[in-house]
Ligand binder design. Sequence first.
Ligand SMILES: [Zn+2]
Length: 146
Amino acid sequence: MPRTYPKRCGKCGQKAMILAAAPYATTIEHDGRAYEVKIANLTAPRCGNCQAISIDDDADRQISAAFRRAAGLLAPEEIRHGREKLGLTQKQFANLLGVGEATISRWETGAQIQQRALDRFLRVSFASPAAVALLQSDFQATAPGV
Ligand SMILES: [Zn+2]
């Protein structure tokens, strides 16, 4: 899909926005901690007149991916692959972990970044069939009628 972005700069108003790659650095707060995120080549719309940068959805995904690497959190595709290896639907996996189905969906599309405690919980679930069996038996015992 071709990438679309406003041609007019939001800062100076000139019709001079072009897609360009350049170094980018920002600070992202997560779980009460600040992470320095540096990207050697962030592809984003930039103004040829005033150099203002516009963070569109695609640039936002690049920044989120760099943040996950900096923070050591599972990537969206790793979460999806891990769930699929367990043979669970998003709904079944949500029940297993005790989170909402929409949360699983947002983790897997990258729309939401999981908290560190949940990231560890995910890693334990993916690495240990015994942990999954324990969670499954606990869920059945504590959720009557489901
Ligand atoms: Zn500008």
